[in-house]
Design a protein around this ligand. Sequence first.
Ligand code: PXP
Length: 236
Amino acid sequence: MLLGVNIDHIATLRNARGGLEPNLIQAALICEKAGADGITVHLREDRRHTRDNDVSELKKILKTRLNLEMALTDEMQKIALDVLPENVCLVPEKRQEVTTEGGLEVASRVEFVKDFVTPLVRAGIVVSLFIDADKAQVEAAAKTGAQFIELHTGKYSEAFGTAEEEIELNNLKEAAALASKLGLKVNAGHGLTYENVHRMKEIPELIELNIGHNIIARAVFDGLEKAVKDMRDLIA
Ligand code: PXP
């Protein structure tokens, strides 16, 4: 299985001080060096973490793939057609949400999504729709011209370790099998952690996992000891 690393929260930290550190490009290169198969950023309407120039810089520098997560707006479509990331993942977006809350609503607006996807695919971008593990959404996604879906693993992640875990995993398994039968390729992501990720291997259709928050959270602790020691050494 491939790993796409979402580095939005490097940008969150950088923006907290308004400067350039931690440097987003440096972070992306470290992820690639460590074996990431792609780098994901979500360019939000409010630019709360990743910004426009981050996206264009990443596109220039990455040796793997840039996966641009974005909402279905004219502004984002224009940016995607300008920057030409290798992958675009279309996500729903609400201004007030802390992170992407649910999957994209495709079933009730297939034509709208199809019209949005078509120019991106024509431009050579591989497009994915971030949807819930729901039969109607998968069937609708197959009619849009998008080559991939990304299954929302948030419910599975929340249910992990509870009585609902098997139900949520089964929903993902069924959605992945249906998508594959309909000719869609399947990725997954959201809320995956070092503890719950192993069960994704039970879904044979999965090509790539997109993981962000838990990797960046672990990186803080794995690097903190050295960071403190290095500073102590400098002032000893
Ligand atoms: N996939 C999509 C479409 C997302 O919106 C996000 C969160 O930005 C992720 C994957 C990664 O989720 P997490 O940060 O919880 O690993």
